[in-house]
Design a protein. Structure first.
Lengths: 270, 537
């Protein structure tokens, strides 16, 4: 609570927050499909709320009206084919209404054709490796030093003082805005899962197999996620950071990478 | 039947035909369904507290960001052991205990059909869980790969690995024998005139559950045996380097795992289907359609397993199939919820503790059902998968679902078991504390998951702090509230409450209410006649 007030004061003063604030709902995200995912999440949610109002309403009414202490006398009915048919058919109709847009969106999510850029993402215990296909650029991405120092038991460092605690890496994945980025996923050891909520993608990295997914970010910015599949001791310490840049800035970044020693060392990895 | 004859012979000398043998032999050599039922229930309660203690260790560590008490490796051991103990040690044996106690009483049978196997299926459990628990002391620690035991990670388990596999084999063996016993008893030992569709709902849901157990426990045994041979005998069922497929394990596991979730909830459906009519003073609405709904749920549970795996990289058509099949489960589940509501409608309700827990079940399980429907929608599930949203979902169906169902059952039948009422006021306090804290624990987890917090992590980024603190306080509150439950049950078992009548409640239906309270050691030596007050449809 104290933190919330503290954060609120900071927000009022217009100071930059060191850490993201708490939220209640799924982020709308920064891709067309993340917005559509949010949309479908909300549609299904409101259907559930609507059904809950009707069903819970009936239960609550019954609990208050049909109680013995109010002198209610029990009737003895126990069958009604009409009622049974109604409450079988109506849910089926509601489900069909939900199923159609879900299936349409799913088809789009799976359409990885014609990418502008392909990045091979390899999961390791416990970091990620990114290789830009056809670009001779590759590097590891591990938990940032500040978080590494603070995460140890008895480190004496308050996580609140660490910027983006556990959600910062030494070297983020950098992609251009608006490009269709295809992610090819595999793993070097155990199953990992690559999840960035604001890009609305999560896909498992399975050793010996290649999975694919894609995103196309519309907004320049930094987006953070984490490994989502339990991958051992430090599963909680292999965050994902994706930096979306304007295309020209991205190209400059890419050129700089090609000369870096990092590439010579890791370029051949997988 | 032959057992009972033998007992009569042995005890002939001291003329105690009906009483149990004295001392430890009564329990170790137990063949009486009531004794075995009691042992199952006490064992599962002990496991509930062991698993609960582990949950509290997890929640204590997660109270604030940063690591304060335990290290990540031990944290993973706790999440794994918590789940294994709660699923296989608490919920499943508790329902088998209820089945042992109540099925013979509800169908008018003198005992379970296979009493010696019944003894064995119980006594395997303490052995299995001693083995599993002992892994905490082994080099490399307890299993830490989650209760789902996904390879290749599970193959990194230390010395505990073969013990994990062996204990799961034993638990499976126990469940299979329990299931066979339930099926044989229900099919062969019903009172004359009790046709299948006249059976009480609890008996029906247990019959369906037993078939599910028979179908899927061997599948789990096969899956873990393949893990064992991958680890020790050079096979490569799940290792890509040798031509295997890690994802195949997930398919086999969830082919077991999804029916497993219905194994844990169907008997609870049966329990509330018994309790709501009693306290609404009105027959269960749509008894036959409830049977068909439970059967449909059981059938569908076999064709939806891959909805646990929407992110593993399945073909589009596969994802579509599993999405639609999963959504379909909402229909029979809806039928059940509507029928319970219709049972209460225009009834004459009172709200004793069993009814309160049943109503808590009805509301909160339905919330878990709603999040289940949301999880069926693949594009949204891609966001929810392996996040705290999933943790919130399955705890809503398991804690205020299965566990509340169990609590309701215990309060409902406790006077029949002990011959005395529990303390009603304390029971109601237990209900309200449990309900408040269970929501405080698990409701904020929905928000955490949607905000992007993955499950099974020992530490988290600071924006997740507030809801984690709330959840931790709720968990500790819930855990402490259950001590009150133990106190209430203990007091009742000590015969502290008022003496219970034969009917116990206000004109409840069913054969169990025709025998005296407490139920004598041997009941229904001669099959009862089904009269209008004990008939169902």
């Amino acid at each position: 609570m104290i933190r919330k007030i503290y954060m609120g004061v900071f927000a009022l003063l217009g100071a930059a927050n060191a850490n993201a604030d708490w939220t209640l709902n799924m982020p709308k995200g920064v891709t067309e499909l993340s917005a559509e995912t949010y949309e479908i999440h909300m549609v299904v949610f409101w259907w559930c709320v609507g059904i809950a109002v009707v069903v819970f309403g009936a239960m609550i009414y019954s609990i208050f009206a049909h109680r013995k202490s109010k002198g209610a006398v029990a009737s003895n009915f126990s069958h009604s084919i009409t009622a049974e048919i109604i409450w079988t058919v109506i849910p089926v109709v509601i489900l069909l209404i939900m199923a159609v847009p879900s299936a349409e969106l799913l088809i789009k999510l799976e359409d990885t054709r014609d990418p502008d850029l392909t990045v091979v993402v390899t999961g390791y215990q416990w970091k990620w490796h990114y290789r830009y296909q056809g670009e001779d650029v590759a590097f590891y991405s591990s938990l940032a030093r500040a978080s590494v120092a603070a995460r140890r038991r008895g480190s004496g460092i308050d996580p609140e003082t660490v910027e983006n605690y556990l959600l910062e890496v030494d070297k983020p994945l950098v992609v251009p805005k608006g490009a269709k980025v295809r992610i090819l996923l595999t793993s070097n050891d155990v199953v990992h899962s690559w999840w960035v909520p604001e890009l609305a993608i999560k896909k498992d990295a399975v050793p010996g197999f290649i999975n694919e997914t894609w995103f196309s970010a519309d907004v320049v910015g930094v987006y953070r996620g984490q490994c989502a599949e339990l991958s051992g001791m430090d599963h909680g310490y292999m965050p994902i950071v994706v930096e979306v840049l304007e295309e020209d800035v991205y190209n400059e970044w890419l050129d700089r990478q090609k000369g870096s020693p990092n590439v010579a060392a890791d370029g051949d990895v997988r | 039947m032959s057992t009972i004859v033998a007992d009569d012979h042995d005890l002939h000398v001291d003329h105690s035909h009906d009483g149990p043998v004295k001392g430890w032999r009564r329990w170790v050599y137990a063949t009486n369904h009531k004794d075995i039922g009691t042992m199952y229930l006490i064992f599962s309660l002990a496991m509930f507290f062991s698993g609960g203690l582990m949950a509290l260790i997890i929640r204590t560590e997660l109270f604030t960001p940063g690591l304060q008490f335990i290290d990540p490796a031990f944290f993973n051991q706790m999440t794994t052991m918590h789940a294994l103990i709660m699923v296989f040690g608490a919920v499943m044996p508790a329902f088998v205990g209820l089945a042992n106690w109540m099925i013979p009483l509800m169908i008018g049978a003198p005992d379970m059909a296979l009493p010696r196997m019944n003894n064995w299926s119980f006594w395997i459990l303490p052995v299995a869980f001693s083995i599993l628990g002992s892994t905490l002391l082994m080099p490399g620690g307890a299993p830490a790969s989650g209760w789902t035991m996904y390879p290749p990670l599970v193959l990194q388990t230390g010395d505990a690995f073969p013990f994990l596999i062996f204990s799961i084999h034993l638990m499976g063996l126990s469940s299979i024998m329990g299931a066979i016993n339930v099926i044989v008893t229900i099919i062969n030992m019903r009172a004359p005139d009790m046709t299948l569709l006249k059976m009480p709902m609890f008996v029906w849901t247990w019959l369906i559950t037993a078939y599910l157990l028979l179908a899927v426990m061997p599948v789990l045994a096969g899956a873990v045996t393949m893990l064992l041979t991958d680890q020790f005998f050079g096979t490569s069922f799940f290792l890509a380097a040798g031509g295997g497929d890690p994802v195949m394990f997930q398919h086999i596991f969830w082919f077991f795992g999804h029916p497993e979730v219905y194994i844990m909830i169907l008997p609870a459906f049966g329990v509330v289907s018994e309790i709501i009519p009693t306290f609404a003073r009105k027959p269960l609405f749509g008894h036959d359609s409830m049977v068909y709904a439970a059967s449909s749920i059981a059938f569908l549970s076999f064709i939806v397993w891959a909805h646990h795996m929407f992110t593993v990289g399945m073909p589009l058509t596969g994802q579509m199939f599993f999405m639609f099949a999963t959504m379909l489960i909402a229909v029979p589940t809806g039928v059940k919820v509507f029928n319970w509501t219709a049972t209460m409608w225009k009834g004459s309700m009172t709200f004793e503790t069993p009814m309160l827990f049943s109503l808590g079940f009805l509301f909160l399980f339905t919330i878990g059902g709603f999040s289940g429907l949301m999880l069926a929608i693949v594009p949204a599930d891609i966001q929810y998968h392996d996040s705290y949203f999933v943790v919130a979902h399955f705890h809503y169906v398991l804690v205020p679902g299965s566990i509340f169902g169990l609590m309701a059952a215990v309060y409902y039948w406790l006077p029949k078991w002990t011959g005395h009422y529990y303390n009603e006021r304390q029971g109601q306090i237990h209900f309200w504390l449990s309900t408040i804290f269970v929501n405080m624990t698990f409701f904020p987890m929905h928000f955490l998951g949607l905000a992007g917090m993955p499950r099974r992590i020992p530490d988290y980024s600071t924006q997740f702090s507030d809801f984690n603190s709330v959840a931790s306080i709720g968990a500790i509150g819930f855990g402490l509230s259950q001590l009150l439950f133990v106190y209430i049950v203990y007091q009742c078992a000590q015969k502290k409450g008022p003496k219970a009548t034969t009917a116990v409640w206000d004109n409840p239906q069913g054969l169990e209410w025709t025998v005296p309270s407490p139920a004598p050691y041997h009941t229904f030596d001669t099959p009862p006649r089904i009269t209008s007050s004990t008939a169902f449809s």
